[in-house]
Unconditional design. Structure first.
Length: 343
C-alpha cells in the first residue's frame, strides 16, 4: 500500500512522534511505502513531497518537537477550491490512503476530501485540546506543563512584590489550557473564551484578596477571553488571511484596566509560542505514538473517513463528519470546579 501523510495548521509537540509511529507500523509491519507532503495542504496543492524511509532518522523523531514535514495554514476557501488539484496530486503519486494530522481546519479539509471519494484517516492534534469526540489531543499536556511551570514561577515573584500578575496562555476558542493550568498552579482567577468576564467582578476579587491580607494575585487569561458587553472594550485587530481573528492582547489590556481602577501594581506575561515548542511530555509521546499506530492499522483495515480518538484508555475511530461538527469547549460545570478556587 502507498500511504500519504501531512501535518497541517499550527505545529504541536508530538507531530513527529505520530509520523514515526505511522512509518514504523505501516512500513515495518506491512511493508507500505510512505510519501510525506511538505507544509500541510500546500504540499498537495503544489506537489511537493518527500519519500520517507523507515530508518534511524525516523526513529529519532520520537522526542523532537515541531514537524519534519513542515506545516502551514491555508485559507479554507482556497483549500476547498483546490480539492480537485489535491486529488490529482494524490493520483499522480499513487497514494491510496492519506493520513492528515491536524486541528479543526486540517480535519475539516480531510472530511471534504473523504466526501469526494478519497480514503482518509485523520489524526487530531492541537495544544488547545478543542477537537471534539476525543478525550484529549496530543500537545495539550506539553502546553499545560509549560504553562503550569511558568505560573508556579510567577507565584514567587508576585508574592515578593505584592503584585497582581496576569498570564496569557493560548486558547483561541476554548479555554482548556487556561482552566487546567489555573487548577494545576493554584491560580486565583481564570478567564476563558467560553465565559465572558466582568471587569468589576475581576477588580472585586483582586481587592478582596489583598484586603484579606494575601500578598499576591495570579490570573490566567486565555488569549480568546473577552469582556462582557459594557464591561470594557478590547482593541479591534481584524481578521487575518486565514479567516482567524487577530488578537490584540487581552491580558495586557485587562491589566491596564485593573491598575487604572484599583491602583494595584500589575504585570503581564504572555507565554505565546513557547507553549508549542520543544520536546513533548511522556504523556504526549505515548498518545501521539498510539494515534499513529492506530491510524496505520485503520488504513490497513480499510476504515476510512474516520479520525483516531482517545476514549478513556482506548484508541477508537470516530467519523470525521462527527468530529468536525463542533469544537470541544470547556463546559460550564468544568469552569465551576475551577471557580471554587477564585479570589
Ligand atoms: O494551534 C492553535 C494555536 O495554538 C492557538 O491557540 C493560537 O491562537 C494559534 O495557534 C497561533 O498560531 P500561529 O501564530 O502559529 O498562527
Amino acid at each position: 500500500m502507498r500511504i500519504g501523510i501531512l501535518t497541517g495548521g499550527g505545529d504541536c509537540p508530538g507531530l513527529n512522534a505520530v509520523i514515526r509511529a505511522v512509518v514504523r507500523t505501516a512500513n515495518g509491519r506491512y511493508g507500505d511505502s510512505i510519501v510525506g507532503f511538505r507544509d500541510g495542504w500546500r504540499g498537495l496543492l503544489e506537489d511537493r513531497k518527500v519519500q520517507i524511509q523507515n530508518d534511524d532518522r525516523i526513529d529519532r523523531l520520537l522526542t523532537k518537537g515541531g514537524t519534519m514535514l513542515g506545516t502551514a495554514r491555508v485559507n479554507p476557501d482556497k483549500l476547498q477550491a483546490g480539492i480537485e488539484q489535491i486529488k490529482q496530486t494524490l493520483d499522480d503519486n499513487g497514494v491510496e490512503v492519506l493520513i492528515p494530522i491536524g486541528g479543526e481546519g486540517t480535519l475539516t479539509a480531510a472530511r471534504w476530501l473523504s466526501e469526494s471519494g478519497v480514503d482518509v484517516v485523520g489524526v487530531p492534534k492541537t495544544i488547545d485540546n478543542d477537537i471534539d469526540c476525543t478525550d484529549v489531543t496530543f500537545g495539550h499536556d506539553t502546553a499545560l506543563t509549560i504553562a503550569t511551570d511558568a505560573i508556579d514561577r510567577l507565584h514567587t515573584t508576585a508574592e515578593s512584590h505584592q503584585r497582581v500578575m496576569l498570564v496569557e496562555v493560548m486558547g483561541r476558542h476554548a479555554g482548556w489550557i487556561a482552566v487546567n493550568a489555573g487548577l494545576a498552579s493554584g491560580a486565583h482567577l481564570t478567564l476563558i473564551p467560553e465565559q465572558p468576564f466582568d471587569v468589576d467582578e475581576v477588580c472585586r476579587l483582586v481587592k478582596r484578596r489583598f484586603q484579606h491580607g494575601d500578598s499576591h494575585f495570579i490570573c490566567v487569561v486565555a488569549e480568546g477571553a473577552t469582556p462582557k458587553a459594557g464591561s470594557m472594550t478590547l482593541r479591534e485587530g481584524g481578521i487575518d488571511e486565514f479567516g482567524h481573528k487577530i488578537f490584540t492582547g487581552v491580558a495586557q489590556q485587562l491589566g491596564d484596566e485593573i491598575q487604572r481602577r484599583i491602583g494595584k501594581e500589575v504585570r503581564t506575561t504572555v507565554l505565546g509560542h513557547v507553549q508549542r515548542g520543544g520536546t513533548p511530555t511522556p504523556y504526549d509521546r505515548i498518545l501521539a505514538t498510539r494515534f499513529g499506530v492506530q491510524a496505520a492499522e485503520a488504513a490497513h483495515a480499510g476504515k476510512y473517513g474516520v479520525m483516531v480518538a482517545l476514549h478513556g484508555t482506548t484508541i477508537d475511530l470516530v467519523p470525521l463528519a462527527e468530529a468536525t461538527r463542533q469544537l470541544k469547549t470547556v463546559p460550564t460545570d468544568r469552569y465551576r470546579e475551577a471557580a471554587a478556587f477564585f479570589g
